[in-house]
Design a protein around this ligand. Structure first.
Ligand code: SF4
Length: 413
């Protein structure tokens, strides 16, 4: 069930009311109209080639738009082919996505198109939850599912502190590099991003074996001084940066009036609000690529068009997005997990907020339920009744944590 705003519209439905179907939610008006007639698939190619940027000190140029693989890649082989044809040659997957099925879908594509493996900058990840000692065996299984003998980049998946990056796991990564099974190593993070980026930069980045970081980066967090300082430090250290969660979806409902006003403003200019949010991230030249989940050809088409279109946001448009971020502050969880966890004796508030984000912002209730189901049973019980007053007082985005945790207990369980 998708969440409703005060006017009773879901996020996707309100875009439909602007003339944009859910699948074309990121499309420019012209693209959205042609999508109905089937012409949209040809539209991005009229906008020039896919731009590329250098990925830190790897020496590799990657496309500014990357294909996030958290969807049914097995049954979307045509989309994978079209992504390559449109220049989206950076593919991101993980063991966690579909419990290996996302990797399997990419592997199926390479099995049928072995000549295209060299065209793809292939990324996979393993979560440290099952124990770091399991990495060597699980990594081999990932390679087998991907039907390849190497990945271009490997991430320790979704960390919220540097503790999983032990000397042992770094030594293993160095061995994999020497063996030619992994070209570059790094981590992805949704939580405590600024602290982790800064810590990685202080270590020396590539000099300490950390080549690339993928992190949550969007209009809600990009203007924060701590984030700007962390990004600058990574750039100085030579760490490649890949942005994710660039649409800035939150666990609560956005104020519809602010969102509608900004959406209408961008539509007059020829962008959707979603395309504008991508452009805002690309406005930082140090972000090498944006990893975007694009489970349909229409969304792929729209995002490719946004990437290839060279029109930058004006100062007024950037300001409008910043104002929108400020207006939506109460509906966005900024990932500063240590703040609310310290105020609740360690309850995983941030993880639950992510579950709500998938359920409400992305209309992917299954992903939210999976995240919730992975929490220990006693933790799930505590979330419905715990006292969150200290966490709410400490939360910089003033989120109604108690209410949201109760809703999660009811709708994600
Ligand atoms: S709930 Fe508040 S304190 Fe916790 S991660 Fe989200 S924004 Fe930060």
């Amino acid at each position: 069930m998708s969440a409703k705003n005060p006017q009773g519209q879901s996020r996707r439905n309100f875009l439909k009311t602007l003339g944009l179907g859910a699948a074309a939610a990121a499309a420019a008006p012209a693209l959205a109209m042609t999508a109905a007639t089937g012409e949209a698939l040809a539209a991005p190619t009229a906008l020039g080639p896919m731009p590329k940027r250098m990925l830190g000190k790897t020496g590799v140029e990657v496309p500014t738009l990357a294909l996030g693989g958290m969807f049914d890649t097995i049954n979307n082989q045509l989309l994978l082919r079209q992504a390559l044809n449109w220049g989206v040659t950076y593919w991101d997957t993980a063991e966690y996505y579909g419990r290996g099925q996302s990797e399997e879908g990419f592997g199926r594509f390479f099995a049928k198109n072995p000549d295209r493996r060299k065209d793809v900058f292939l990324v996979t990840k393993l979560t440290p939850r099952e124990g770091l000692d399991t990495f060597p065996d699980r990594f081999e299984k990932s390679l087998a599912r991907l039907n390849t003998n190497y990945v271009d980049l490997f991430f320790v998946h979704g960390i919220d502190s540097m503790s999983p990056l032990t000397p042992k796991i770094r030594a293993w990564a160095a061995d994999m590099k020497k063996a030619g099974k992994m070209r570059f190593f790094g981590f992805s993070t949704h939580s405590n991003m600024e602290d982790l980026l800064m810590a990685a930069a202080k270590e020396g980045g590539p000099a300490a074996g950390l080549d690339v970081i993928m992190f949550t980066y969007n209009i809600h967090v990009m203007h924060k001084p701590a984030m700007q300082a962390a990004v600058d430090a990574c750039v100085k250290a030579g760490i490649g940066l890949v942005a994710m969660k660039t649409q800035g979806m939150g666990p609560a409902i956005s104020p519809s009036e602010a969102e509608l006003k900004v959406a209408e403003q961008f539509l007059k200019r020829g962008f959707t609000e979603k395309q504008a949010k991508l452009k805002a991230v690309w406005g930082n030249p140090h972000i090498a690529s944006v990893c975007s989940q694009m489970p349909s050809l229409n969304i792929l088409s729209a995002n490719v068009a946004a990437a290839r279109d060279k029109t930058a946001l004006s100062a007024a448009e950037t300001s409008a997005l910043h104002d929108l971020a400020c207006a939506e502050t109460g509906g966005y969880c900024a990932g500063c997990a240590s703040i609310c966890q310290n105020a609740t004796s360690g309850l995983p508030v941030r993880e639950v907020m992510r579950g709500l984000m998938y359920q409400r912002g992305y209309s992917e209730p299954g992903l939210g339920q999976n995240l919730f189901a992975e929490l220990p049973a006693d933790t799930r019980q505590k979330l419905a009744t715990a006292d969150f007053s200290r966490a709410e007082a400490a939360c910089p985005h003033r989120l109604e944590i108690a209410k949201l945790m109760r809703e999660a207990s009811e709708t994600l369980a």
